[in-house]
Ligand binder design. Sequence first.
Ligand code: N7H
Length: 524
Amino acid sequence: MRATFAILSALTIVSSSLASPHSRQRRSYPLGRRSKSIFISPAALPSLPTVQAVDELDDALNTDNIQSDILVGMKKSQELFYFFKINDAATFKSKMSSDIIALITTTTEILSVDTQPVTAVNLAFSQHGLDTLGVTDDLGDPNFTNGQLSDLTGDLPGPIGDDESTWLPEFTAGTIDGVFLLASDTVDNIDTQLASIQSTLGSSITTLYQIQGAARPGSEAGHEHFGFMDGISQPAVNGFTNPIYPGQTPVDAGLFLVGEASDPNLAARPASGWATDGSFLVFRQLQQLVPEFNEFLTTHPLDQDTLTPEEGSELLGARMVGRWKSGAPIFLTPTQDDPVLAADPTRNNNFDYLDNSTQSNVDNHFNQSQCPFGAHIRKVHPRGDLDPSVENPHFIIRSSIPYGPELTASENATGISANDRGLAFVAYQSDISNGFTFLQNVWINSVGFPFGKYDPTVGVDPIIGTLNGLGAPKNISGLDPAVPDLDQTDVWHDVVLPTDYVISKGGEYFFSPSLNGLAFIAGA
Ligand code: N7H
């Protein structure tokens, strides 16, 4: 077990001969340390483990070597994604060695306020970037190698329904070499850190694009722009998650970290091992048409005797997502929100779709009255609808953050978006074709998944699925819980969504190396 580390004072360089196993603590912080966490802390989200709790695990991961964003999830207060091109590989690598690697925040450091820097810094590279830096090893992930743009036209399955016409030119140019992820509690802190990095790297890089993410204000913190609490459900990572909250599925770290237990592509990784403890970072800018989504809900309330039109609209939104806006899962509370349940992370994720205890006379596993087969969270995590051996390889760790302004009064009044807002979507996995692209293509966009046998027209995911091309109407079954005749199949009323409310603006695939991996790249 690793010993507890002492709190280091800012501006102190402690000799590397100290006994603490957490070597990443032993360095200076030119821009200081903080007294308030980088993270928001909505009650609905499970807490992160302490370093001590990780160390108590027999198979504890080397959190000193893993960049800080990979395992922690969606809790950042402010986060900047700074995409850049490398002009001068030799200078860039030299500055990496002399200055940049010392700035990179480790998982150990992010877990305690005492050790968090003022601004957390992570760094990841595209294949184009690794090529530019002279790294010749194949990382064993063809989606990463080809880049996200090639998914639209290439041979490998990419996000079905995606279309270059909605992509930003910054993502279609195919020139992004890397991305810095800067996280803090204020934009000022982030700007200061970015200016320092830019000054260090000088003309060896060019800024290509930046997107500033932020937790939404006040009581909306943790909610994405449609209004739903996000980041509740993450897999439990063996060797890291401690305690495991009820409903979390423990899976081996190799599903997310290259080279760790159960890495599905171990044999294809670089033989020298430098990629170990790195992870593939899928970035997508997903624009959300919030006033249009709200307008659709308002004008199509589910018609239930006991509900007001407002409640009928709220129920429709909840059934599209699978959770109420509060975060309470509709499978546990199908007809009305339960904010107390929502705020309790020991209960708000504790369910699977096999459980029929809430309506003992109905087999809920094959019945959509409690949760539509096509609800977003059931499509992307079908909790018991499939055998765990089939389901578990497709877990991802989501580390997204909302971007863009709050709705204006005029957008509310017109029902038309006048500002760009959405989700800066980030997912980590060790195999993109098992994680992100599998979820998009095989589950989200399959009309018959899950349970086409019981309802052949489940439909695509009502939040992020596309059918018959971008923006085309899509029929979703099971959203209307009006009690069907259970002796028949496919008796569920279809709800027709007239258009897509989430639009891909593009993205890129990156590799977020370990600290050792960054040192290898700097020396390549
Ligand atoms: Fe989703 N939303 O607000 O509707 N997502 N998602 N997602 N998502 C989840 O359980 C949302 C997107 C997953 O384990 C919640 O933490 C929006 C993509 C997965 O039960 C909400 C967008 C992909 C889960 C949303 C978006 C996923 C999940 C419930 C785009 C993968 C965990 C909160 C703008 C390709 C499911 C929670 C589980 C949950 C929303 C995108 C995947 C509210 C708005 C692109 C795996």
